[in-house]
Design a protein around this ligand. Sequence first.
Ligand SMILES: [Ca+2]
Length: 153
Amino acid sequence: MKLLALVSLLCYLSCRVSADNEFKGLHVFEFNNSTYEVIDAYVTWYEANYACKLFGMFLVSVETEEEDAALRQAIVDYVADDFWTSGNNLFDLGHFYWDTTGRALGPFTNWAENHPDGGAQNCISLNGSFGHKWTDRFCSNSARFICEKAPCS
Ligand SMILES: [Ca+2]
């Protein structure tokens, strides 16, 4: 049953890709042997997570200050937009981790002031309202997103 649901979701997403080109890349760039694609679509965290996998990539994980700076530079023109990362605490409330690597955040983090501010905001975005520093948001909110393909992923 779970597999059926997953296949349905993948078909749904791939249809959206081909139907109206909703998932077009805004910007592709490389940094430290990873390739990144900034995607021009407003979707939930869950949709973003699957969409990156459709592209043979993963939702971005931000492990170093240098990577964070490269990402923020890539989206500097999109001051009004949030971009989903793979960061979430869906399965261990209170403890954020990168979905792609399964590793806890840190040691580097770049939370916006007064964040994370908790509640049921379980997914991390690079938030345009805070210079694309990190905020916890409701995973069901819509945001743009960034996919990453690391050499060993
Ligand atoms: Ca990364």
